[in-house]
Design a protein around this ligand. Structure first.
Ligand SMILES: [Zn+2]
Length: 89
């Protein structure tokens, strides 16, 4: 059995999409994790139990409202972290 957080899946997916459209900012591992962490701390978790360890796309899909919330928080986190990155140059 496994606990899968739909919000977490949505945040990583959305983060990839948002970063793909941004040429101007750092996309190193530290920055990407900081962005995901910040977004997830501002969103409600949305867990379900996965019985066989396999995750079906349909099960991890977020509702339209949740996707909108995720996009807002991810965009905000990308702006904040890219303006004040924690990575070591
Ligand atoms: Zn960075």
């Amino acid at each position: 059995m496994d606990l899968i957080n739909r919000t977490s899946h949505g945040v990583w997916q959305t983060l990839d999409e948002v970063l793909e459209q941004r040429e101007d900012i750092c996309k190193c591992e530290q920055c990407r994790y900081d962005m995901a962490c910040m977004a997830l701390n501002n969103l409600r978790p949305n867990y379900f139990v996965s019985k066989h360890g396999s995750v079906y796309a349909k099960l991890v899909e977020l509702s339209q409202q949740s996707r909108t919330d995720v996009l807002i928080e991810v965009t905000r986190a990308v702006d904040r972290v890219s303006n004040n990155p924690h990575h070591l140059d």
